[in-house]
Design a protein around this ligand. Structure first.
Ligand code: NAP
Ligand code: F7E
Length: 342
């Protein structure tokens, strides 16, 4: 029988890759997308275009994690086998400026969805998009056994959602898991995150459109993986017989400076001539180093990332150089608005 999945945050980087993955596995995929004044469906537009085909298996539903009633009615309508909660305001820097707002989707929103799932009586398996940012001040390597010590409103909100997911699993016997994912990137990464900001800048500087990119702390250490591999890990977690929280990471450490140097170097540019410091990109407190130990995920669900740091940098720089060549055609290439968004 065809399995049905509901993905919140389907319009984001991970949501779009997960939707593609589940479609290739034969699922019927339902995505929750919020109404916005400008188009927010560009990452899934290629899937939406098929909505009218008789064999269409991808559906978008309007909704927001701030609306618990809507979540309940949608769960009752779709009756999914699996729910992936990927929706959140995911930019850590912004969470310091809008701390309450950060808690809304990433924290309380997750609980609204868990509660709607419980009330609906739909026995779906539940995946919560947890983050290495929850480890905050704890030194690397971080694993499932590392205490959570968040250092940002975003990290604290994710920790709240993490513990509520655990609580629902233990209280109501729900098959609910926390994926604790370290940074993962791709050509679909939001443009404010440092990797994508840098690779877009490299493309523009190489093309002579810009001279500089302005960045904050270059010393922060991160563990950057490739997003399509991480959504495979999410799916594998929900296929396990027993629900278990798992870390997904590469275990490879690199500083922001390493990423910058590798990206400029790949385009034949000297980064020191093009990178300038701007204190506006410093955070009130920094998470200095996040490097994960994903050995339990390899052991339990056979998940092991293949794409390493150097390849990730190449993939992203090449994609942005290619995208820039087509930017002038933006209005021509842009698909029509899907009917649900009118
Ligand atoms: P993303 O690209 O920022 O996508 C976030 C998604 O959440 C978007 O679809 C966004 O909708 C949606 N959203 C935000 N607020 C919402 C609300 N109130 N109601 C409904 N939808 C809402 O993030 P991502 O990189 O794909 O990450 C997916 C999830 O994993 C997020 O929860 C993130 O916090 C978490 N995570 C990410 C990483 C990473 O390195 N990428 C690591 C660990 C955890 P719009 O398109 O309308 O903005
Ligand atoms: O910052 C430094 C910044 O915003 C990485 C999200 O997906 O991963 C992500 O959070 C580092 C930080 O990602 C700039 O201070 C320097 O140390 O790309 P980022 P993040 O904060 O690690 C976790 C796991 C998530 O869950 C989050 O949702 O880079 N940095 N200069 C800068 N960062 C940005 N954004 N912009 C700069 O100009």
């Amino acid at each position: 029988m065809t399995k049905r999945a509901l993905i919140t945050g389907v319009t984001g980087q991970d949501g779009s890759y997960l939707a593609e993955l589940l479609l290739t596995k034969g699922y019927e995929v339902h995505g929750l997308a919020r109404r916005t004044s400008s188009v927010n469906t560009s990452r899934v537009a290629h899937l939406v275009e098929d909505t009218h085909a008789p064999d269409c298996r991808f559906f978008l539903h309007r909704g927001d994690l701030s609306d618990g009633g809507r979540l309940l009615s949608l769960l009752q309508q779709v009756r999914p086998d699996e729910v992936y909660n990927l929706a959140a305001e995911s930019y850590v820097g912004a969470s310091f400026e809008e701390p309450e707002h950060a808690g809304e989707a990433a924290g309380v929103g997750a609980v609204r969805l868990l509660e709607a799932l419980r009330m609906s009586g739909v026995g779906a398996r539940f995946y919560q998009a947890g983050s290495s940012e929850m480890y905050g001040a704890e030194p690397p390597p971080q694993s499932e056994d590392t205490p959570l010590r968040p250092r940002s409103p975003y990290g604290a909100a994710k920790a709240y959602a993490h513990w509520l997911t655990t609580t629902y699993r233990e209280s109501y016997g729900m098959h609910a898991v926390n994926g604790i994912l370290f940074n993962h990137e791709s050509p679909r990464r939001g443009e404010v995150f440092v990797t994508r900001k840098v690779t877009r800048a490299v493309a523009r500087i190489q093309a002579g459109l810009d001279d500089f990119v302005y960045l904050g702390n270059l010393d922060a250490v991160r563990d950057w993986g490739y997003a399509p591999e991480y959504v495979e890990g999410m799916w594998r977690m929900l296929q396990a017989d027993e629900p278990e929280d798992l870390v997904l990471a590469t275990g490879e450490r690199a500083t922001v400076r390493d990423f910058v140097a590798a990206a400029f170097d790949h385009a034949g540019l000297d980064w020191e001539k093009h990178v300038r410091f701007d204190e506006r990109y410093l955070r009130p407190v920094e998470v200095d180093a996040l490097v994960g130990d994903a050995s339990r995920a390899e052991q339990r669900i056979g998940w092991k990332p293949e794409v390493r740091f150097a390849e990730l940098v190449r993939i992203m720089v090449d994609a942005d150089i290619e995208a820039l060549k087509h930017e002038g055609r933006h209005w021509i290439d842009r698909p029509q608005l899907p009917a649900w968004q009118d």
